[in-house]
Design a protein around this ligand. Structure first.
Ligand code: COA
Length: 192
């Protein structure tokens, strides 16, 4: 399928705006940087197990948002990162993304600390898992988390994924260590 046609197809299933029972997932905009910085980008407890360094200046959040906006329609491997908001307020409270890897899609997510424990990210994750698996070419939605990040492991379980094992020395989580760390891998696959 031509790249342009593929992107239009992705737009149908993974559109810039998705609503769940309590949340809105929408394409990121430059203005999200302020809320991202204030609400979680600079919070070391939130960013501890992420792939990016804790923000120390608003410009870090601006650069991060610029990257995820540019990745939305990447010709080789589009990475769609939605800003999560509550339904009645357009301000960013988190983000959730899917990286397209051929027949696989990889998920990642983050939520501001004040909203942890209400099942918000599992709600968003279930919506994206359903959408991704509705694409006929997608057979696997997967994610990983640091072996110590048990809150994230619970999100994957609540999204219907199964633990597949430990990927040793898989990811650098720079706020913990410069040395690659072991991660827990989870996936949900299309049944044949
Ligand atoms: C992981 C994360 C997305 C969970 O989102 P959430 O919407 O709070 O998810 P849930 O409400 O379903 O809670 C999931 C687990 O988080 C833990 N948790 C809940 N509230 C918590 C709190 N206030 N403090 C610490 N952990 C908490 C619990 O283990 C919970 O599991 P349980 O429901 O079996 O008790 C969120 O904690 C987060 O943004 N963490 C930092 C970023 C991150 O690590 N992202 C994943 C990278 S792989």
């Amino acid at each position: 399928m031509a790249v342009g046609a593929r992107d239009r197809y992705l737009d149908l299933v993974l559109p810039p705006r998705i609503e769940t029972e309590r949340l809105q997932l929408r394409a990121p905009v430059g203005g999200d940087a302020v809320a991202i910085y204030d609400r979680y980008g600079r919070d070391p407890e939130v960013t501890r197990y992420l792939s990016w360094r804790t923000h120390t200046h608003l410009d870090d959040a601006r650069a991060y948002v610029a990257t995820v906006m540019a990745d939305w329609d990447d010709a080789i491997a589009p990475r769609r990162t939605w800003t999560i908001t509550l339904r009645d307020d357009d301000t960013a409270v988190g983000q959730i993304g899917l990286l397209s890897q051929g027949h696989r899609m990889q998920m990642g997510y983050v939520l501001m600390r004040a909203l942890w424990g209400h099942g918000y990210v599992p709600e968003a994750a279930r919506a994206l898992v359903g959408a991704a698996l509705s694409l006929p070419q997608v057979h696997r939605v997967w994610a990983f988390c640091d072996v110590e990040n048990l809150a994230s492991a619970r999100v994957m379980e609540k999204a219907g994924m199964q633990r597949e094992g430990v990927l040793r020395r898989w990811a650098v989580h720079p706020n913990v260590s410069a040395v690659p760390r072991d991660v827990l891998a989870y996936a949900i696959v299309r049944e044949v």
